[in-house]
Design a protein around this ligand. Structure first.
Ligand SMILES: *Cc1c(COP(=O)(O)O)cnc(C)c1O
Length: 454
């Protein structure tokens, strides 16, 4: 399937095979070709793998995604914060193509190559803290989280791990245990890994606690129910992703870090969704000067190629014995080449500033909408990672049905928005940073129109 000629057009500075930057619907959503593919899929693909949008994609770039029927949709999801530098970004695509004709795989644990080493060097330099660091590369976010826990356990000789309410860390066995939400991530998939404990998150909209108060509550649970002596790691998302874009109150993360540092507990910050300029800092930890012992990254790291990493203090990272870490595809050379091109954009093309601009535009519009519609209980987030929480204005109860209806209506109108949250009542916005202001505003018009109409 290829994009037709009339779709070749204006080029954006970042991201995209020159697609016209417009919302254009030429069929109903989904169109006939997407419906055909949906039938084939039903017969071929396991039902447990679901899709939130009914359209089949053929091309994407800048702020749009084009489907098999020729509809051009505004993308406010970036494939879950992955195509931050833009989809099919020209520099990333060129790096992938150049690497793919040199070698596609050797297995770093057999015959190493420079790209892996260079990605590690760059991550060591770019992640928070100026201590000596090491990195290890993997393929998926869940794999990075699993390895961070392996490393923390090996380093400390302790076994317990604490994760938080509303946390999302993946769908493999250990990461399911760390993830909070049962449906759809855990239900029916147990038994789960042992020695995982849950602490209360700072959730200012719902708990009304200051950061230090919420940290005291969490630390009391950890000390009384787990005990520092057995605790290898505390893992936390600095802005929660799937759990509802919960931004902890100021002071919560620094207090947790201080407690971990004082108790020999490895402080693991999962920046898989919040990392790489998304929140208006290169990493969300930077907002409050938090310095993780280990940081996990993935999603935005390689412009859509599968790559993930654990980066952290040299003495912790170097604890496991040779051969204890790795994987056949871990740090694949094509994915590393893509990452180096994406990291060039992050370092040199003003993406942190762009994420802040996008954040201001989003938050201003959403606050204005909130003033007129009390069903918008909360507007929160940072940079280009912003969400609204929809509630029953009378009771404050989460309104998941309204949220699903708004997302569906926006999709019908050609705008891709994602939902999230423990209670399924959060609409999250994660636009590619390659999107233009006009398209972003139009996407918001459609979203807010869908809310008014629902
Ligand atoms: C997506 C995500 C993961 C899991 O990444 P996968 O690549 O889907 O395995 C882990 N942690 C956070 C915070 C995420 O957003």
């Amino acid at each position: 399937m290829s994009v037709t000629d009339d779709q070749a057009g204006q080029q954006t500075t970042l991201g995209g095979p020159g697609l016209p930057q417009e919302r254009r619907l030429v069929t109903s959503i989904p169109g006939p070709r997407s419906l055909e593919l949906a039938d084939r899929r039903k017969a071929a693909v396991a039902s447990g793998v679901s899709s939130s949008m009914p359209v089949y994609a053929v091309a994407a770039g800048g702020g749009v995604l084009v489907d098999v029927d020729g509809n051009s949709l505004i993308d406010l999801g970036s494939g879950i914060a992955v195509t931050t530098v833009g989809n099919a970004d020209p520099a990333v695509a060129a790096a992938v193509a150049a690497q793919a004709v040199q070698l596609t795989h050797t297995c770093f644990t057999i015959t190493p190559y420079e790209g892996y080493v260079e990605v590690a060097e760059r991550l060591n330099r770019l992640t928070p803290g100026d201590h000596a660091k090491r990195s290890a590369l993997f393929s998926s976010g869940a794999e990075a989280v699993e390895n961070a826990i392996k490393i923390a356990r090996h380093h400390t000789g302790r076994t317990a791990v604490v994760a938080f309410d509303h946390a999302y860390h993946g769908r493999t066995n250990l990461t399911m245990a760390l993830t909070a939400k049962s449906m759809p991530y855990k239900a029916g998939f147990g038994p789960f890994a042992s020695e995982v404990y849950r602490a209360p998150m700072s959730y200012p909209y719902r708990d009304g606690l200051s950061g230090p108060e919420a940290a005291k509550r969490a630390i009391t649970v950890i000390e009384k129910q787990v005990g520092a002596a057995d605790l290898a790691a505390v893992i936390i998302e600095p802005v929660q992703g799937e759990g509802g874009f919960v931004v902890p109150a100021e002071g919560f993360l620094p207090a947790l870090q201080a407690w971990c540092n004082a108790n020999g507990v490895v402080f693991v910050v999962d920046e898989i969704q919040s990392g790489f300029a998304r929140t208006g800092d290169l990493f969300a930890s930077e907002h409050e000067g938090v310095v993780p012992d280990l940081i996990t990254t993935a999603k935005g790291i390689a412009g859509g190629m599968p790559l993930s990493a654990v980066t952290g203090r040299a003495e912790i990272m170097d604890a496991p014995h040779a051969g204890g870490l790795g994987g056949t595809y871990a740090g694949n050379p094509v994915a590393c080449a893509a990452a180096l091109a994406a990291l060039d954009h992050f370092e040199h093309d003003g993406l942190v500033e762009r994420a802040r601009e996008i954040g201001t535009l989003l938050v201003d519009r959403l606050h204005a909408a909130q003033a007129a519609d009390p069903r918008i209980g909360d507007v929160r987030g940072r940079g280009a990672m912003v969400a609204i929480e929809l509630v029953d204005p009378a009771t404050g109860e989460p309104d998941a049905a309204l949220t699903a209806a708004v997302a569906r209506r926006a999709a019908d109108e050609g705008v891709i928005v994602l939902t999230c949250g423990t209670y399924g009542n959060v609409i999250r916005l994660l636009p590619p940073l390659a999107i233009g202001d006009d398209l972003l505003s139009e996407g918001l018009d459609v979203l807010l129109g869908a809310l008014s109409a629902s």
